[in-house]
Write a protein that binds this ligand. Structure first.
Ligand SMILES: [Zn+2]
Length: 559
């Protein structure tokens, strides 16, 4: 048992102190514990890997050790919470779209469905909706269909009546619409492809009904606008969902001022149940933050705004990811450039001057190389912790450059599910080993933070992501042998990528990512010790309790 007053000291000092037994009873001078949690703790702290109890004061851990000793420290006002199961440092998601998760709960969920099933769902929705009402859905993936061709407006027209229908692909980088939407948006054979976008076309240049990357903006102005109230409802619903999934911290990968205002409001009301690390996106929001500066901690580590999200390319499934050589299944395509080098370099320098982190979306090998080039030529240092979001396809030489430049790869292990369905078609067998090469990145010493990109992926559930890292199976357990199983990592490595990794990627490693005295009391209680379960059973782990800053944000019914 090690006890300390709650000093805010560096992790290095804590590590040094915890390496030797400290018996001095300094507890008496410390502020009294609000809460004592008793159960089994795996701390992910090398100096003190297991514990039976922790004491919490003001949201932070003030003592950690055996149950009898920590229990002795309770006074009359102290609440004691006993739990069954195993507590690990709280799960973080380094890349998720919070409002999108809430919105998905209100639209047609097309994940994992065949085309016939999707058309039947749209047909049902069209029959029950008021005349002319828009129908939205998302999560479709042609990888589940036979054949795996991109869909068309005509197929939707047959079931949609007079309703405009907008169905986003699983990656959210392309949208399948019906002819009603094409007509309302005046998209015809004469409409040019916008910069960084593609209108898929058939015979005579006629649009087929699929809009890729920036071409999706052609329909934005005619769609019913989601209001501030809609967005707040979506965000609240998503945050509640996260607590059930065991998340204690999320990095919201690209939001504007409206969403930031909602977070600030929720924080002020004490209604933010999950820590949020914001990536600011959009010219307006960025300009405003460049003028006012970063907000690294808006309240006990609950909300931080200190990073910018940029997009260099699209997504691999939609063939928008920028490749250095053409797509294997479309030899005339090599993806889209959503941001040009010169503008990107300028934003990077503006951000650095004001102390903002830059988190850049780059999926294709060419986009990843462009990110590395721009950071390198711009003189970005490891201390700035710039991130490449996704880094889904990294050429051999670029793996070493990540290490050399001290850049963080913000990866989405759950992509294994969708990529196993079509990535090899897209890039061919000679480049497939560049794709989702988690183990290679880890072995080379690249700093890794894991997230899910949900709802732009199969699942936002941390246990599913853990399973993908360790088994290389999809959230649904496919393929059985794992997709390129040599890229699997151990349970321990996976847990660190989901806790310490995101903490470091958000400059929060002194406060989050492990259970030690001085850090916030953020932990997730799961049904079994993940180190002891056979890896094929990892998917069946259940979340029993979620705790953020010593407050229980979720507790499963029953015991
Ligand atoms: Zn994303």
């Amino acid at each position: 048992m090690r006890r300390f007053r709650a000093p805010v000291v560096s992790v290095f000092l804590i590590a040094a102190l915890t390496a030797v037994p400290v018996l001095a009873p300094v507890w008496g001078q410390a502020s009294a514990a609000d809460t004592i949690f008793i159960g089994q703790f795996l701390t992910l702290d090398a100096a003190h890997p297991q514990a039976e109890a922790i004491a919490v004061s003001g949201g932070r851990i003030v003592a950690i050790g055996s149950a009898s000793e920590v229990e002795n420290l309770a006074n009359n006002a102290t609440r004691t919470v006993k739990f069954f199961g195993v507590a690990i440092p709280g799960f973080a998601d380094a890349h998720i779209h919070v409002a999108g998760v809430g919105e998905k709960l209100e639209t047609l969920d097309l994940s994992g469905l065949t085309k016939a099933e999707i058309l039947a769902k749209v047909s049902d929705a069209a029959r029950s909706a008021e005349p002319g009402k828009w129908i939205f859905g998302g999560g479709w993936d042609e990888g589940f269909w036979q054949p795996t061709a991109f869909p068309t407006a005509k197929e939707l027209d047959a079931v949609s009546g007079d309703h405009p229908v907008v169905l986003t692909r699983i990656d959210e980088h392309s949208t399948w619409v019906n002819s009603r939407v094409l007509a309302l948006a005046k998209i015809s054979r004469d409409t040019p492809d916008p910069d960084g976008g593609l209108i898929r076309r058939g015979a005579e240049r006629e649009p087929t009904g699929m809009l890729v990357d920036h071409a999706q903006e052609l329909i934005r102005s005619i769609m019913p606008k989601s209001t501030h109230a809609d967005r707040e409802r979506h965000i609240r619903a998503a945050l509640q969902q996260f607590t059930r999934w065991g998340l204690t911290s999320v990095h919201d990968a690209g939001v504007g001022l409206d969403t930031i205002a909602i977070y600030k409001d929720l924080l002020k009301r004490g209604e933010l149940p999950v820590r949020v690390y914001v990536m600011v996106t959009g010219d307006n929001a960025r300009a405003q933050y460049l003028a006012s500066g970063p907000e690294p901690d808006l309240g006990n580590g609950m909300l931080a705004v200190r990073s910018f999200k940029l997009f260099l390319d699209g997504a691999l499934g939609s063939r928008g990811a920028e490749l250095s050589a053409p797509y294997s299944d479309a030899p005339q395509e090599h993806g889209l450039q959503l941001l040009k080098d010169a503008e990107f370099a300028q934003i990077v320098q503006d951000a650095r001057k004001k102390g903002f982190q830059v988190n850049v979306h780059a999926i294709g090998d060419r986009a990843v190389a462009r990110a590395l080039d721009t950071f390198e030529h711009g003189g970005v240092t490891p201390a700035e912790r710039f991130r490449v979001e996704h880094a889904s396809m990294v050429a051999d030489d670029d793996v070493r450059r990540f290490v050399h430049l001290g850049l963080i790869a913000s990866i989405q292990p759950v992509f294994v599910g969708e990529y196993s369905r079509w990535a090899e078609d897209r890039v061919g067998s000679s480049r497939i080993h560049w794709v989702l090469r988690t183990r290679d990145l880890l072995n080379a010493g690249v700093l890794l933070a894991a997230g899910t990109d949900y709802p732009a992926s199969d699942s936002g559930v941390p246990i599913a992501n853990l399973n993908c890292l360790v088994t290389r199976q999809s959230a649904a357990g496919k393929p059985e042998v794992g997709w390129y199983p040599e890229q699997r990592v151990s349970v321990d490595q996976a847990l660190r990528m989901m806790t310490a990794g995101p903490a470091f990627a958000a400059f929060q490693e002194k406060d989050l990512g492990a259970l030690t005295v001085g850090r916030y009391a953020d932990f997730t209680v799961i049904s079994e010790n993940p180190y002891n379960v056979p890896i094929n059973n990892l998917r069946s782990l259940a979340v029993r309790m979620t705790v953020v800053g010593g407050k229980v944000t979720f507790e499963a019914a029953g015991k």
